[in-house]
Design a binder for this molecule. Structure first.
Ligand code: PGA
Length: 244
């Protein structure tokens, strides 16, 4: 269960969140928990998560190790503060910051090179769904992004299916719609990396996941976890999702 805080919270608010959240998930050993705050809060989050099984991740990663890339943060920098995950290719990055399948692949490879677990996001936009192109979009994103990895690299990634029309809109995909998309993605993985890799890869669902809809989503065997935006900002709400 991963929380994507997007551009919310200061370091002080991060610490306050963890103080409330830690006891609520102290016995939640049934799943991995990851919180992805803004870069400026990574150190505070790592510190606040010490001694717990909560992991901390970034929301983006540069493809280079260092260099003249104003505004970017690299894998070694993220790893140096103790974060172990990073989101890659979130639809907001694709929509507002020019992220493409090609840059998503480069960033994913950089995450792996520097020992971070990438949570690679794919998902269709509303007009793509309405024009019946969901499957083609997902296949394209898998083929141009994930399929460029080696088998060993692929074994270390997590995939997040996030239909863009369901992000922050309160419109969750029905469990059936989500499971359908997960099946499409898994089929692509099987075709490229084999059955075992297809069975093993964790595919998270993201898009308006809340404590009151998480159970029906997670009841789908195809759905292995959630990537949660808005509902991960509140400790009680995110703990409710973790402990569904
Ligand atoms: P949401 O965001 O839960 O607020 O819809 C999900 C995401 O963008 O990862």
């Amino acid at each position: 269960m991963a929380g994507n805080w997007k551009m919310f919270k200061t370091p002080a608010e991060t610490i306050a969140f963890f103080e409330k959240f830690r006891p609520l998930v102290a016995n939640s050993e049934h799943c991995e928990i990851v919180i992805c705050p803004p870069f400026t809060n990574l150190a505070a989050a790592v510190d606040a998560a010490k001694g717990t099984h909560i992991r901390v991740g970034a929301q983006n990663i540069a493809w280079a190790k260092e260099g003249a890339f104003t505004g970017e943060i690299s894998g070694p920098m993220i790893a140096a503060v103790g974060a172990t995950y990073t989101i890659v290719g979130h639809s907001e990055r694709r929509q507002y910051f020019g992220e493409t399948d090609e840059t998503v692949l480069k960033r994913t490879q950089a995450a792996l090179e520097f020992g971070l677990t990438p949570i690679v996001c794919v998902g269709e936009r509303l007009e793509e769904r309405e024009s019946g192109n969901t499957e083609a979009v997902l296949i394209g994103q898998c083929q141009k992004g994930i399929a460029g990895l080696t088998e060993q690299q692929f074994a270390k990634i997590v995939i997040a299916y996030e239909p863009v029309w369901a992000i922050g809109t309160g419109k969750t995909a029905t469990p059936e719609i989500a499971a359908d998309a997960h099946r499409t993605i898994r089929a692509q993985v099987r075709a490229k990396f084999g059955k075992e890799a297809g069975d093993a890869v964790r595919i998270l669902y993201g898009g308006s996941v809340k404590p009151d809809n998480v159970k029906s989503l997670m009841a789908q065997p195809e759905i292995d976890g959630s990537l949660v935006g808005g509902a991960s900002l509140d400790a009680v709400s995110f703990a409710g999702i973790v402990n569904f």
